[in-house]
Design a protein around this ligand. Structure first.
Ligand SMILES: [Zn+2]
Ligand SMILES: [Zn+2]
Length: 317
């Protein structure tokens, strides 16, 4: 276990032992404070699925335990575009088993005529947002706008996979995202994936050249401007796309996080089974990003915002 990850858990372990010793020495005056420390949630993963490589609900909870993750937005992908098919019903089933760990999102085929009726049903059943929105439709398709407008009406967040190029999803971030941000002020849009993160730089290579640009970031990128202008826009740091963009130019990233510290969301999108990379190239996205942020972000309040508070704000509006 990397030392940076264990330090937070060690602190919580100490807090727990203080709380229990307080019981033994019969000093109730210090118990509430210590207890508050123990119960303080520390890490919310804003981007988790269940059944990567047939991972079960129990495996997914084990992954959360192993990575020190208290809660997660669990995101279905009902149409399976992109290779993972996870039904909203499965997420709701998991939520009913682990109510204090799972925050259920919903997703359904937005090309079907009954999409709004289905979303209303998921709303009644306890879902808290839409995502992961990942279907082969351009961003300015009216069917995409229809679900963003729905989120705006019910004050929900929506997590969108932005990937330009043929075979991509929600193509056209640079041309169309701001239109929605101007038009819909109640929805919280959570940006995710390759094209989202490529726009951390003012220099974005064509999608058919690369979706994972490397090297120094050119300041003045679209994300900097949109995140500054629209407080209802959030950045999902998960997956290889998030880590690649954040780690390509650490000096730039430190300033980027500082400028948008209330809009950065920790997330993993990790498919591994055990928090140590099992079934996934011996790599755990959650552990990797936690260690990176704990090294880069020196202000504990900012770290707690990124790890937990910002996601709750995105959830609750
Ligand atoms: Zn995902
Ligand atoms: Zn993992």
């Amino acid at each position: 276990m990397p030392s940076s990850l264990s330090s937070r858990r060690r602190f919580l372990g100490i807090a727990a032992s203080v709380a229990s010793s307080a019981v033994h020495i019969g000093n109730p005056s210090i118990l509430p404070a210590a207890d508050a420390n123990v119960q303080q949630p520390r890490l919310l993963d804003c981007h988790l699925h269940i059944n990567h490589f047939e991972r079960t609900i129990e495996d997914t909870i084990r992954h959360m335990d192993a990575t020190g993750t208290d809660k997660a937005f669990v995101l279905p992908l009902e149409t399976g575009e992109g290779g993972v098919l996870l039904r909203t019903e499965t997420v709701l089933h998991a939520y009913h088993q682990y109510r204090d760990r799972i925050i259920p999102f919903c997703q359904t085929d937005i090309r079907s005529d009954d999409v709004i009726a289905r979303l209303r049903a998921y709303h009644l059943l306890g879902c808290r947002g839409i995502g992961e929105q990942k279907e082969h439709l351009p961003l300015n398709d009216p069917r995409v706008e229809r679900v963003i407008a729905f989120c705006n009406d019910v004050h929900w967040p929506i997590t969108i996979h932005f990937q330009d190029g043929p075979g991509g999803y929600n193509q056209g971030l640079a041309d169309h995202l701001e239109t929605y941000l101007k038009r819909y002020k109640n929805v919280r849009i959570i940006g995710h994936a390759q094209t989202w993160w490529a726009n951390i730089s003012a220099e974005v290579p064509p999608a058919d050249k690369t979706l994972y640009p490397k090297g120094p970031v050119k300041p003045g990128g679209l994300l900097d401007r949109l995140l500054s202008d629209y407080p209802n826009l959030y950045a999902d740091m998960s997956a290889g796309s998030g880590f690649g963009a954040l780690s390509r130019d650490k000096d730039f990233t430190a300033g980027f996080i500082e400028r948008h510290s209330k809009q950065m969301l920790f997330g993993s999108d990790c498919p591994c089974y055990d928090g140590h990379g099992a079934h996934f190239k011996n790599l755990c996205y959650s552990r990797q990003l936690q260690a990176f942020l704990e090294e880069l972000v020196t202000d504990p309040d900012t770290l707690q915002d990124i790890f937990y508070n910002n996601a709750m704000r995105a959830l609750e509006g």
